[in-house]
Design a protein around this ligand. Structure first.
Ligand code: PNS
Length: 162
């Protein structure tokens, strides 16, 4: 059985993430989406890990081979625990490359048996990021066609004073 992990902060998940997860689910037998509990490089998250996990579960419910888990370990450890030999992430533009290059090399050093694979973002999501979505929502922009419906209503509730 070919398994992949799709890791991320997902604060919150966007339709760009869902696109990558869906396309990965067509290539692998099983996809485990890993929601990182405490991302080191970022400030406090807007949504809790449980909330972020719930949004992804809701948006991927129709995909039969996707499961969502929270993890707080090294990514390669999370992949090993799930019997996955591939880490699959989205790549939007060249601006993603430097960070992803470093991550892929670090992960390769930690465990060379786990391959990092990058899926190029669909053109209509190539500008989309969780940070951009939060900024738009904060200032009253319509994010309805950028995030799953559950996320859009949660953003409206969480960021009401705009
Ligand atoms: O969506 P993001 O913020 O780009 O996802 C970052 C993530 C979760 C992939 C990264 O923070 C991560 O892998 N965290 C776990 C710790 C780890 O293994 N780091 C990489 C090797 S040092």
């Amino acid at each position: 059985m070919r398994r992949a992990v799709c890791p991320g902060s997902f604060d919150p998940v966007t339709l760009g993430h869902i696109d990558i997860i869906t396309r990965t689910s067509h290539v692998f037998d099983k996809v485990v989406v890993g929601v990182v509990n405490n991302p080191l490089r970022k400030d406090k998250t807007l949504f809790s890990a449980e909330e972020r996990k719930g949004f992804i579960e809701e948006a991927t419910a129709s995909l039969g081979n996707v499961e969502v888990q929270i993890f707080s370990t090294l990514l390669v450890e999370f992949a090993r625990e799930n019997g996955a030999h591939a880490i699959v992430k989205g790549m939007r533009a060249i601006s993603d490359f430097e960070y992803e290059f470093e991550m892929a090399q670090l992960n390769r050093k930690l465990d060379p048996t786990i391959e990092s694979i990058y899926v190029i973002a669909s053109p209509h999501y190539s500008f989309l990021s969780s940070t951009g979505v939060k900024e738009m929502a904060t200032f009253g922009g319509d994010v309805g066609d950028l995030v799953p419906p559950g996320v859009a209503s949660a953003l409206a509730e969480r960021l009401p004073d705009r």
